[in-house]
Design a protein around this ligand. Sequence first.
Ligand SMILES: NC(=O)c1ccc[n+]([C@@H]2O[C@H](COP(=O)([O-])OP(=O)(O)OC[C@H]3O[C@@H](n4cnc5c(N)ncnc54)[C@H](OP(=O)(O)O)[C@@H]3O)[C@@H](O)[C@H]2O)c1
Length: 214
Amino acid sequence: MPVTLKLATSLDGRIATASGQSRWITGERSRQAVHSLRAQHDAVLVGAETALADDPELTVRLPGYAGPQPARVVLDSRQRLPDGCGLVASARQVPTYVVATTKPAARLLEAGVRVLRAPAVGEDRPELKVVVQALAAEGLHRLFVEGGGQVAASFLRCGLVDAVEWFRAPIVIGGEGRPAVGALAVSGLADAPHFRRTEVRELGEDLWERYERI
Ligand SMILES: NC(=O)c1ccc[n+]([C@@H]2O[C@H](COP(=O)([O-])OP(=O)(O)OC[C@H]3O[C@@H](n4cnc5c(N)ncnc54)[C@H](OP(=O)(O)O)[C@@H]3O)[C@@H](O)[C@H]2O)c1
């Protein structure tokens, strides 16, 4: 199952300020490109912190677009997504999955959210290889991972990232900002995930770099 990781960062690889502000680091043209990429995937996946902080729609919003919407997937072990958030409120219009390690919450099921229960590993989080298989069983094969940093790190740590789409804006946020990729436990450079750049494009002030796994 091909997994693509999207990163939309500052020059110094930050995805939000320390207070969590992330809208908008990259420019309009980068955001349009992200919408086009969503349209090429079966599902868009984020972590619970991103869903809670940003209340994102995770839909394809392009002028004239009439194709299918990718499913939305939230890694939310404890089912913290509130009833009032956009993802839950629109779950009957766009397929919406919560991946949890706990018993499916009735309030989410009643709202039309599909709760996939996955076994917990360290830190009581679902095992990503199992999650990817469970999504494939739902017909969701092409997965677009949109962060945040903890989720990006988990996918990279498991060796599950086949391609990276990196949108980089010409601002510097600094070390207090949230990193695009959280801790990876890399001890030597040889252990670091390696990628080959396949394309670079200018999108206004931003750069769009595309990578595939070596
Ligand atoms: N610039 C951008 O384009 C962009 C994109 C996305 C996010 N952001 C920003 O990034 C920030 C959130 O990022 P974040 O790193 O703090 O959190 P995150 O990666 O969005 O979410 C992390 C949470 O996901 C849940 N989770 C479940 N399974 C996991 C697994 N296997 N690996 C990792 N997490 C798992 C955990 O919560 P449970 O234990 O409760 O399950 C964990 O606390 C927000 O400020 C958001 O605005 C920016």
